[in-house]
Ligand binder design. Structure first.
Ligand code: X8Z
Ligand code: ZN
Length: 668
């Protein structure tokens, strides 16, 4: 399911404007909404109060079905997740229909905002036709299950062996063998081929739902959730991208030079593009795993966080093996290793919690520790893609990860806890206001904390050794952050450039893959090393496509998090260069952060941003301020090289459609 909305719950990130859902109709417990008739004489304020109550009541069963299908993939859990999502979306349609009575009437600004959020809350706009709605939720559940259970198998008979995403990512992280990486990359991308036809139908159905709501297509629904006309949002993302593009181009140029040196004759693809399988990441969205290749000054202080986490895990494992006397019994050894992984993942979570608590935020509830999925279960398929859940809007918060001891997962825990603390902070609001100020805010909370994980902080928690104070070590630590944050920027943009085009019809099914790679080339400057024709569906190999999670939120988050970071650094009294700031332990910064979180999406995000940062605009200036030393260094390194790349004829970004009259930008 894609719950997306519903999902919000799932929330992961969602902006869900609503996160919730309402009690579903059942013969035993009919409600006015369930029968589709609103009580006579109900005012707009009463209507919204009712929707909020019903959302709160429905939420637990919807999220429970989603949780089960994500942590226990099989036909039965998929069926239930699809069904509950269908019920929820049918209910959403009834509310939206009911809300039409109030069009043009006087009502409080708060109620007007809530009604607007109701219409924009569905990242999977539900068709009114009940059969189509049921088909949509079935396809959504199936695609997510296919992704979660995806497996690349080779060999025959006795020699047959299968690897899932985690094992294939390990190859990209650790192997530097060109062919082994290519095999892992191609193997994973093969799992998406069966989704292609489903995705074509999915697009038809969500567009039907969008039309039913008065939108041109599903992409326009997505672009409408930003307290501004949808066309302006598209232009905003272009503006922000143009601010940071020169920095990305410098990083790209430096990386290309190093890859060419490492893989002579094979380090680039025609036109100066980076080979997709050589960036240490399945989707080329985060290049941190190339640290061994890209580290500027190997002797200027150690920042090998993955190495430190692996050592921590190994020593916990060894201690456990000895304690449990398990070395001699191979079955028992596997159990003990699994237990040690859980223990280690919990420890990483405690470390992340400690940062939030140091800011004055509460400890996570006991149920978090009991109900979270910390590592991949051994007996079944699960959706390993990390997520954070608000099960009931009343404290049952969880995360779901398949944690391994590496830097990426360590920072992902901090990311996920950002979602969790947002939930806890806004849970006291009415359900319709339980969402991020916009969805990029939701994604930026934990990442703001990640920016404050300076080398000094990492040293204080024992993950890196004594840090030098030198220009070399500064460049190293900037590079570490840039490989995660700067490399991500064009990826954050291109996914929805592709989906906006798919939804508005400018990218047709016969060109899904061609358009995907044209956009990858245009924005990221990457290309597959071998041809990827239309028999493939490479977009489907990225979770958020089969999972139907809008992606522009992550691009916006990667800009906003630097604005938040700077504001919290100011609040903490930091003086000196931005990149040196950690507000760990600073209660003034924590109070400021928390008061933003508590607001949820009860007011336009511009106001929320202004309260935190003093400005109402998203702005990449703090990104550039932060990375100024690295940008200078990269420019020097790249001197005399010809940077940039030439992409095959770029796909036109879809022209954002007009804002339909039915969906004015929300006003607060
Ligand atoms: O999906 C996520 C989070 C959950 S909201 C793990 N992220 C994006 C991704 O993995 O593609 C975080 C960064 C970008
Ligand atoms: Zn997230």
């Amino acid at each position: 399911m894609n719950h997306r909305h519903a999902l919000l719950a799932l929330a992961v990130a969602a902006s869900l404007t609503f996160a919730g859902c309402t009690r579903s109709p059942s013969p035993d417990a009919p409600t006015p909404a369930a029968s589709g008739t609103a009580p006579a004489g109900e005012t707009a304020d009463q209507f919204i109060a009712r929707v909020n109550d019903e959302l709160r009541a429905l939420m637990p069963e919807l999220t429970a079905s989603q949780w089960l299908s994500a942590t226990y993939i099989n036909d039965d859990s998929q069926l239930l997740a699809a069904k509950y999502n269908e019920r929820y979306l049918a209910q959403l349609n009834r509310w939206i229909e009911d809300a039409k009575r109030f069009e043009g009437q006087q009502m409080s600004a708060e109620t007007a905002r809530a009604i607007n959020l109701l219409k924009l809350g569905a990242s999977m706009p539900p068709p009114r036709n009940p059969e189509h709605l049921a088909e949509l939720t079935r396809i959504a559940s199936k695609m997510e299950g296919t992704y979660g259970a995806g497996s690349y198998c080779t060999g025959e008979g006795e020699a047959r062996s299968c690897r899932q995403l985690g094992a294939l990512e390990d190859v990209l992280r650790s192997s530097r063998d060109y062919d082994a990486q290519l095999d892992a990359w191609q193997g994973w991308h093969g799992i998406a081929r069966p989704m292609r036809q489903d995705y074509v139908r999915f697009v038809e159905l969500v567009n039907e739902g969008a039309n039913d709501l008065g939108f041109a297509d599903a992409g326009e629904v997505w672009r409408s959730g930003y307290d501004m006309p949808p066309a302006e949002l598209a232009a905003e993302t272009d503006r922000l991208w143009n601010q940071v593009k020169p920095l990305y181009e410098q990083l790209h140029c430096y990386t290309r030079t190093r890859l060419e040196a490492q893989y002579p004759g094979r380090g680039t693809v025609d036109g100066g593009l980076l080979p997709a399988h050589l960036t240490g990441n399945m989707w080329q969205q985060d290049w941190s795993n190339l640290w061994d290749t890209l580290q500027p000054y190997p002797n200027a202080g150690d920042l090998d966080i993955t190495g430190a986490l692996e050592r921590q895990y190994q020593s916990a494992l060894n201690a456990r093996m000895v304690r449990e006397n398990a070395l001699i019994d191979s079955d028992r050894r596997a159990d003990v290793a699994h237990e040690a992984q859980i223990e280690n993942a919990k420890r990483m979570n405690e470390r992340a919690q400690d940062f939030y608590v140091s800011l004055g935020m509460p400890k996570l509830p006991a149920s978090y520790w009991d109900k979270t999925q910390f590592v991949k279960p051994r007996d079944r398929d699960v959706v390993c893609h990390a997520s954070a859940w608000d099960m009931n809007m009343a404290g049952d918060v969880r995360t779901k990860m398949c944690t391994k001891p590496n830097e990426e997962d360590f920072t992902t825990i901090y990311h996920e806890l950002g979602h969790v603390y947002y939930y806890l902070a806004y849970n006291k609001r009415p359900p319709l206001f339980q969402g991020g100020a916009h969805d990029g805010f939701h994604e930026a909370i934990g990442d703001t904390i990640v920016l404050a994980m300076t080398p000094q902080y990492l040293q204080s928690i024992g993950l890196v050794g004594e840090q030098q104070q030198s220009q070399e070590s500064l460049v190293n630590s900037q590079m570490r952050m840039a490989l995660a944050k700067v490399a991500f920027l064009p990826f954050g943009l291109m996914i929805d450039r592709w989906r906006w085009g798919v939804f508005d019809g400018s990218i047709t099914p016969d060109n899904y893959n061609g358009a995907w790679w044209a956009l990858k080339a245009q924005y990221q400057g990457v290309a597959p090393a071998t041809p990827r024709g239309e028999e493939f569906f490479d977009a489907g190999a990225k979770y958020h496509v089969p999972g139907n999670t809008p992606y522009t939120r992550y691009f916006l988050s990667h800009i906003l998090q630097f604005q938040f970071y700077k504001a919290l650094c100011d609040a903490s009294g930091h003086t000196g260069p931005l990149y040196e700031c950690s507000f760990y332990g600073n209660k003034a910064a924590g109070a400021k952060f928390w008061s933003m979180l508590e607001k949820g999406n009860s007011q336009p995000w511009q106001q929320t941003l202004e309260e935190l940062t003093g400005g109402e605009q998203m702005d990449a200036a703090p990104v550039l301020e932060y990375f100024a030393p690295l940008q200078d260094w990269l420019t020097e390194q790249n001197e005399g090289r010809s940077c940039g790349w030439s992409a095959p004829a770029a796909v036109q970004s879809p022209a954002p459609a007009e804002t339909p009259a039915a969906t004015p930008p929300a006003q607060g």
